[in-house]
Design a protein around this ligand. Structure first.
Ligand code: MEV
Length: 450
């Protein structure tokens, strides 16, 4: 294909599938059939899903799982998780159970402030602009009152507006940085609408300002958009217990409790020292966080982007969690920015996101922040616990084996035999296939692979 297609978005779904499969699929009929098969059987539901994005031709299914036994601030939750990676839900559930008997997870929201920016260029004396800013600020607030009325009624709205001078870094470049409280909504649309209004109001203010020359009345609004970096919208989750409560776990590994706790703490310290380890360590945290964020209809890209920036807030990328052992008490904590919501956006539209929130007891945003952070901490605890004891491959390979067996269409009997055989053998796709094939050879010696 050497010519761009015009009007792809205007084609109906059937036509899109037809064009796509004819142009790009090795087996157009079978591919089209798969795309059609994964549509939701209820056209009403499918219409809702199609409304989330553009050019939809099918649905991409991910597993929806539950990690039970999460005790957080004294309340018990069964947490919905949407993730395709094996072992993650099992690990979260196991960590939740471990801490259930040790006081559970504790979490507190440290702040809920969200941020937005208007980036603009202005040619003139920076001192003059700064002197005008109190008046500009007033006009920005007044000029967006219609947009902020509802949010103000709910206790939110604009919290602060400041002018930042970046002319040392880029000629004539300034920024209006505004902070917002968006209550239970993630607030992206609200913030972006207000910021765009700020841009218009600023232009108007400068045009009408008597204290400026004609040249100074000209302001160039480059862009107005929220910042996904929200270091003021942060939650802290932690667990703590006397190290003696690691006794049983340590015994299984032939260690004593203090040695195990110290080994765990050392692994967390390593993730604070070395960015290569920190990245993997934090990936483990996001395994849990993203899964709950997805299940509750929140924006996992925003959460990831922000979390990784926060992880290098002192100039080096480090672990988001930390571990201390003081006076025989093991404490493991995670501090992470989570700009999320429990109303609006997909939370109300996606049928399963709505159910997830109901299952969690219809939390407000601070409560959901506590839940999400606790799951991230649980995930991190489970990963590091495995890493410093058995290694993660043991658990991972067990799940991997199940996936390979499914892929090979193994019968219940073949699965049971393989699970037994691979207790002591290394799992790989070819080894599992060879094992299954060896059991499927007919008496005449020919393969009976289905
Ligand atoms: C795998 O998805 C996540 C881990 O690599 C996290 C970690 O190493 O801490 C197990």
């Amino acid at each position: 294909m050497s010519k761009a297609i015009d009007g792809f978005s205007k084609l109906n779904k059937q036509q899109k599938i037809e064009w796509l499969t004819q142009q790009f699929a090795p087996d157009p009929g079978a591919t089209a059939c798969d795309f059609e098969q994964w549509q939701h059987p209820d056209p009403g539901v499918q219409k809702i899903i199609d409304g989330f994005t553009e050019n939809t031709i099918s649905n991409y299914t991910l597993p929806y799982s539950i990690a039970p036994n999460f005790m957080i601030n004294g309340r018990v939750y069964a947490v919905p998780m949407v993730i395709e990676e094996s072992s993650v839900v099992a690990a979260a559930s196991s960590a939740a159970k471990f801490w259930f008997d040790r006081g559970g997870f504790h979490a507190e929201v440290l702040g809920t402030v969200k941020l937005g920016q208007v980036h603009f260029r202005w040619v003139g004396d920076p001192g003059k602009l700064k002197a005008l800013f109190p008046g500009i600020r007033e006009r920005l607030i007044a000029g967006s009152e219609d947009l902020t009325a509802n949010m103000r009624q709910r206790g939110g709205g604009i919290r602060d507006i400041e002018l930042l001078d970046f002319t040392h870094a880029e000629p004539c470049y300034y920024q209006i940085r505004a902070s917002f409280e968006t209550c239970n909504s993630m607030g992206a649309n609200f913030i972006n609408s207000v910021l765009e209004r700020f841009g218009d109001t600023l232009e108007q203010y400068m045009t009408e300002c008597d204290d400026l020359s004609d040249a100074e009345r000209d302001v160039d609004i480059i862009m107005a958009i929220l910042s996904n970096y929200t270091p003021g919208c942060v939650v802290r989750a932690w667990v703590e217990t006397p190290i003696a409560s690691f006794e049983a776990l340590a015994r299984q590994q032939g260690m004593d409790a203090a040695a195990l706790a110290e080994r765990f703490a050392a692994a967390v310290r390593i993730a604070a020292i070395d960015p290569y380890r920190a990245t993997t360590h934090n990936k483990g945290i996001f395994n849990g966080i993203d899964a709950v964020i997805l299940a509750t209809g929140n924006d996992f890209r925003a959460i990831e982007a922000c979390g990784h920036t926060y992880a290098c807030r002192d100039g080096q990328y480090r672990s988001l969690s930390r571990c201390t052992i003081e006076n025989g008490i093991f404490r493991f904590e995670l501090e992470i920015p989570l700009a999320i919501g429990t109303v609006g956006g997909l939370t109300a539209l996606h049928p399963l996101a709505k159910r997830s929130l109901e299952l969690l007891g219809s939390p407000d945003t601070p409560e959901l922040m506590c839940i999400v952070a606790s799951v991230g901490l649980a995930q991190n605890f489970a990963a590091v616990r495995s890493l410093v004891t058995t290694g993660i491959q043991q658990g991972h390979m067990k799940m991997h084996l199940t996936n390979i067996l499914h892929h090979l269409g193994a019968s219940d009997e073949e699965c049971a035999a393989a699970q037994f055989h691979f207790q002591k053998q290394t799992v790989s796709f070819s080894a599992v296939r060879a094992f299954i094939d060896s059991r499927r050879v007919s008496p005449e010696g020919t393969s009976v692979r289905p």
